[in-house]
Design a protein around this ligand. Structure first.
Ligand code: MRU
Length: 411
């Protein structure tokens, strides 16, 4: 297959556009479903049904595989501007991950899968050995981007497995050029599959989790665990969206999430676009709101979950969980199975990313603090004893998490 045709392989699933299709691209709108009504299957992959075109979930698309390359919505510029950059070089995809142009654990995984595929697709290698050598460099560059989100490493090892299998299968037949094209095709297909699966898993997670949220009232989240963070409908926000879809009357309390402001810039934007009521609060209001605002539940995402259920998520999540326990508020984590790291026994082994000091001392290029030493841990670990339940696409895990998570993973 000519290389220009490879991008055409099994076109990436497009969310069904609503009639009011907006510039965010690939968006589908969610209308409220009467209480007790059944959830209609969302339609992906262009199979528009009457039902799906009327009832759909409004979800911005942070990344897409296109004929022209990997198209990334630059989240650093949101909500003011919606700018999409097209990358044909894996090093640029790696840079986009590192600089948080695309962020959120599952979306980082999708980006890594597409980065590996675009790297192989555009590799100048002329022999399988050359391609193998370059693939190692591609994987290393992607792996060095962000240390905490295990979806990154999950996606790289999945792409590696497919690469090895494709190389072995192709080597058994054909001439050198045909072999390379077979491997390239396999990589592009797998990256698209990773993306499609993320969307399906978000939906399943949403359905499992929606029932845990109050029928009406207030919920709280942290950071952005929405469509922008997953390339689906979101993990925590997917659960909230699905609950609203099923008729729950919810208002979402959204902490700003300093210093990158994922809450203020991204979650507030997503919820507003979806028509879900919200209140933006400052990070230091979390305790006050849990004490006075009658918050019915908290639902957050995760970057890595250890075998015992300890969960790394955006900095600030741990103190939110402690406060939730103090005020008797249920604390839920929503994450795909790919975010589980059963190779580590507890959260003590989770590497915590330290981000540049400038992200704390400056806001949008403007200095707000003197030139002083800065500590900027991007994540913290919430001990599993503070977690009410972990919502995955395969079902809900409760304590003891060691057993329930292993069971969900078929161990
Ligand atoms: O640093 P970020 O923006 O990549 O951190 C994102 C988070 O911490 C999210 O809560 C987490 O990745 C879950 S994403 C569904």
């Amino acid at each position: 297959m000519p290389r220009s045709d490879l991008a055409r392989v099994s076109p990436p699933p497009q969310l069904v556009p609503s009639r009011g299709h907006s510039s965010s691209g690939g968006q589908i709108r969610l209308n409220r479903l009467p209480h007790g009504a059944r959830f209609p299957r969302l339609v992906y992959n262009g199979g528009v049904t009457e039902q799906a075109s009327r009832r759909a979930i409004h979800a911005a698309q942070p990344i897409e595989w296109r004929l022209s390359g990997v198209v990334v919505l630059d989240q650093r510029l949101l909500p003011e501007r919606e700018v999409r950059n097209t990358y044909t070089d894996y090093q640029h995809v790696a840079r986009a991950i590192r600089q948080m142009e695309i962020r959120g654990a599952p979306a980082i995984g999708v980006a890594a899968a597409m980065g590996a595929a675009i790297g192989v697709l555009h590799s100048p290698a002329r022999t399988l050995d050359e391609l193998r050598a370059e693939f190692e460099i591609i994987c290393a560059a992607l792996a060095e981007t962000r240390p905490t989100a295990v979806d990154l490493f999950w996606a790289i090892s999945r792409m590696r497995r497919v690469f090895v299998e494709a190389c072995e299968a192709a080597a058994a037949r054909g001439a050198q050029a045909a072999i390379l094209e077979e491997v390239r095709t396999a990589m592009v297909r797998e990256a698209q599959l990773v993306h499609r699966e993320k969307r399906e898993h978000d939906e399943a997670m949403g359905r499992h989790g929606a029932a845990l949220l109050p029928r009406s009232g207030r919920v709280m989240t942290q950071c952005n665990a929405g469509a922008l963070a997953t390339a689906g409908i979101g993990t925590a926000l997917g659960v909230i969206r699905m609950a609203v879809y099923e008729g729950h009357e919810l208002e979402v309390f959204v902490p700003e999430t300093r210093p990158y402001l994922q809450g203020a810039r991204l979650t507030a934007w997503e919820l507003q676009q979806a028509g879900i009521p919200l209140k933006l609060i400052t990070d230091n209001m979390v305790g006050h709101c849990l004490k006075t605002a009658d918050i019915g539940a908290i639902v957050v995402g995760a970057d890595r979950i250890a075998a015992n259920g300890d969960t790394a998520n955006k900095i600030g999540t741990y103190q939110m969980a402690v406060l939730a326990r103090e005020h008797g508020v249920a604390f839920y984590v929503a994450a795909p199975i790919s975010t589980l790291d059963l190779t580590i026994p507890s959260g003590d082994s989770i590497p915590i990313e330290e981000r540049p000091a400038e992200e704390v001392t400056h806001v949008r290029g403007m200095r707000i603090a003197p030139d002083v030493p800065v500590s900027h841990a991007a994540f913290d670990v919430t001990p599993s004893r503070l977690i009410t339940a972990i919502i995955t696409e395969r079902g809900i895990a409760r304590a003891p998490f060691q057993e329930s998570l292993a069971k969900l993973c078929g161990k």
